[in-house]
Design a protein around this ligand. Structure first.
Ligand SMILES: Nc1ncnc2c1ncn2[C@@H]1O[C@H](COP(=O)(O)OP(=O)(O)OP(=O)(O)O)[C@@H](O)[C@H]1O
Ligand SMILES: [Mg+2]
Length: 614
């Protein structure tokens, strides 16, 4: 909490001084009130002097008005500080999370990051508001009331001195047991957020697989777990109020008893006894509030450490000091490979098996690399090393002849456009989604990208065209339409390298072929117009998508099982041959070198054939 105050409190230092100072003035009035009431009782009510009652009544009224004025100023300072700090912390967290690499994001997990940026910041905000308003008030009121009471009468003060530690002891007993549970509650809230997120974002799948009962059960278990912990805390803290008020009221009885005797022997006045009762009530109530402050600050300190954990997480992927990389001259592209992996390996954690193992390959500019392999063979992981979404754990990856770690990240990610495996769009319009890579892209450029991505037809059919709305996650588009829009998004801003990670999986064969044809044309056109030809990396599980690539990399458990053209691999790589045999028609296989067509090769007619003869 202190660390957060140091980091974000500086701007609000003025408010944090003015607020408590105003509260202090209000507390002084609160402390004076019992004395004025005592005067009112002794000089007004006791002596049947109406004028004195009116006089002290007016003094009390004036004190109340002044006290409220200072309270209002304090409230405003508290609101400005807490809301301002909350906004700043949220902004800093959001910015920092955006700088974290995939590895760090994987480590925290999205639901936990969401809870931190919402619930945890709220807890800190609440603590700051209470801190400005109450941190001075309750301790000062408690001590001030005690001192004032003891100043009235030391004998009655003994009762006071017995009651206060008794209540303090009860609080210590309860709090010491509650505090660990408050920390657990935050972690359990994370768990509920995780289940909510999974259940809601996958609602369609859950329904399709009739898993509603299972999901309900999972949510109920997590909610019950959280509720049970909250109930334990609730039960423990429910002891507080009755015990506190019991001790307090016993104390008041004792004061009235002993005070009454002293009034009778004229050692004390009635007003002084009343003032004593008021001070005692004020002190003990203050202790209750101080305990509440302890609860709020305990929760806030657990939240603050979760926030600090994110803010202090140093992004493992940075580009500090990296100078812009000069791209190859269009006329002189031969010596520099667009892309090269040099014994690159990657693992998701210390001790975890390599997801990518010792990959070495070179792809010249303007060429197409196809990556094929079974599920979980490391295709997505391999291509995510190119724009530095992850850094290779061993070996290196180079783009245009320069190690990716030497590139400024912005430049690298502008040169390399990625179409992720999971097509994701954000709420807004088609235009706002397409201009991510280049905000100044003209309508013509957007339509050209949509044409290439085979998406222009359905966009043109929308009455608002480029300004048609996109709902969160692109829910108002089909899977194939979403994929085409994400491909178009990657093509805007003239990338030099295009990575499509299984981006055509939801496209029919004809559209897939037309898309690849358009990309190839664009590459040739780019070179003819004096620019760099487009280099393409296509990840797919379909042989038909990669077979025309200049180079195909066959991955198996993260390692390269084969590297070459379709014909070379068919002749030399058993895994590739098996994939082909399971996917291509008998007629297509018969033309292959060294092919022995198995009886199991599909004979059914292929889906609509493209001009490439897929
Ligand atoms: N974020 C992650 N944390 C830990 N392990 C991961 C993570 N992402 C992937 N893996 C593991 O790394 C391996 C390679 O995964 P990857 O996503 O690269 O496979 P893929 O070939 O793209 O599969 P698919 O064809 O299903 O997309 C898998 O064993 C997977 O379990
Ligand atoms: Mg993948």
């Amino acid at each position: 909490m202190i660390e957060l105050l140091r980091r974000f409190g500086g701007k609000f230092r003025r408010y944090m001084v003015i607020g408590p100072a105003c509260k202090l003035i209000e507390v002084i009035f609160d402390l004076l009130t019992p004395l004025v009431i005592a005067q009112m009782i002794d000089k007004g009510i006791g002596s049947h002097d109406v004028n004195a009652v009116i006089h002290y009544g007016m003094v009390l009224g004036a004190m109340a008005v002044i006290g409220i004025s200072f309270t209002l100023v304090c409230q405003k300072m508290a609101a400005l500080t807490s809301q301002g700090m909350g906004t700043d912390i949220r902004g800093a967290l959001y910015q920092h999370i955006n700088k974290l690499s995939y590895a760090e994001l994987d480590r925290f997990g999205t639901p936990s990051l969401i809870t931190r940026i919402t619930n945890d910041v709220n807890q800190v905000q609440l603590a700051v508001a209470l801190g400005v308003r109450m941190l001075i008030r309750w301790p000062f009121l408690a001590v001030g009331s005690m001192v004032a009471a003891l100043a009235i009468d030391l004998k009655l003060g003994i009762i006071f001195l017995i009651c206060t530690p008794a209540i303090g002891l009860v609080f210590w007993f309860v709090m010491a047991r509650c505090i660990p549970y408050y920390k657990q509650l935050q972690a359990k809230l994370d768990c509920i957020a995780l289940i909510c997120r999974e259940g809601l974002s996958g609602a369609r799948v859950v329904r399709a697989f009739v898993r509603e009962d299972h999901e309900r059960e999972r949510f109920a278990q997590a909610a019950d777990d959280q509720a049970n912990t909250a109930i334990v805390v609730g039960k423990l803290s429910s002891i507080l109020n009755p015990v506190t008020f019991l001790v307090m009221n016993l104390g008041v009885c004792a004061i009235l008893w002993v005070g009454g005797i002293q009034v009778n022997v004229l050692e004390l006045t009635q007003g002084q006894v009343m003032a004593f009762v008021n001070y005692m009530t004020q002190t003990l109530t203050s202790i209750v509030y101080v305990a509440n402050l302890v609860v709020v600050f305990t929760k806030a300190s657990a939240s603050a450490s979760r926030i600090n954990e994110v803010l202090n997480c140093v992004p493992s992927i940075t580009d500090e000091g990296n100078q812009p990389v000069a791209l190859p001259e269009p006329g002189n592209v031969a010596p520099v490979p667009a892309l090269s992996f040099d014994h690159a390996s990657f693992s998701f954690g210390v001790g975890a098996a390599n997801a990518v193992s010792d990959v070495t390959l070179e792809l010249p500019l303007g060429k197409t690399l196809g990556i094929i392999g079974g599920t979980g063979s490391g295709k997505s992981t391999l291509v995510s090393l190119i724009p530095r979404l992850y850094d290779a754990s061993a070996g290196s990856v180079s783009v245009m002849g320069a190690d990716v770690r030497a590139w400024p990240l912005d430049q690298l990610r502008h040169v390399v456009a990625t179409v992720p495996q999971r097509a994701s769009l954000v709420s807004g319009t088609i235009r706002s989604n397409l201009t991510w890579r280049d905000e100044s892209a003209t309508d013509d450029e957007l339509w050209a990208a949509l044409d290439m991505a085979q998406a222009s037809e359905f966009v043109r059919n929308k009455p608002q065209g480029l300004d048609a709305p996109v709902e969160a996650g692109g829910k108002n588009f089909s899977g194939g339409q979403r994929q085409r829009l994400t491909i178009a998004r990657a093509l805007v801003g003239s990338p030099q390298i295009l990575i499509m990670d299984d981006s055509a999986s939801a496209l029919d064969f004809k559209t897939d072929a037309a898309l690849r044809h358009a990309i190839r044309e664009r590459s040739v056109r780019g070179a003819a117009e004096g620019g760099l030809p487009l280099t393409t990396v296509i990840v797919s599980q379909r042989v038909s998508t990669v077979r025309d690539a200049d180079m195909i990399c066959v991955l198996d458990h993260g390692s390269v099982a084969g590297l070459g053209t379709h014909d070379e691999l068919y002749a030399s790589c058993q895994l590739y041959r098996e994939i082909c045999q399971s996917q291509l028609r008998r007629e297509e296989l018969e033309g292959q070198q060294g092919s022995t067509v198995p009886a199991s090769a599909p004979t059914a007619p292929a889906p609509t054939c493209s001009k490439e003869g897929c």
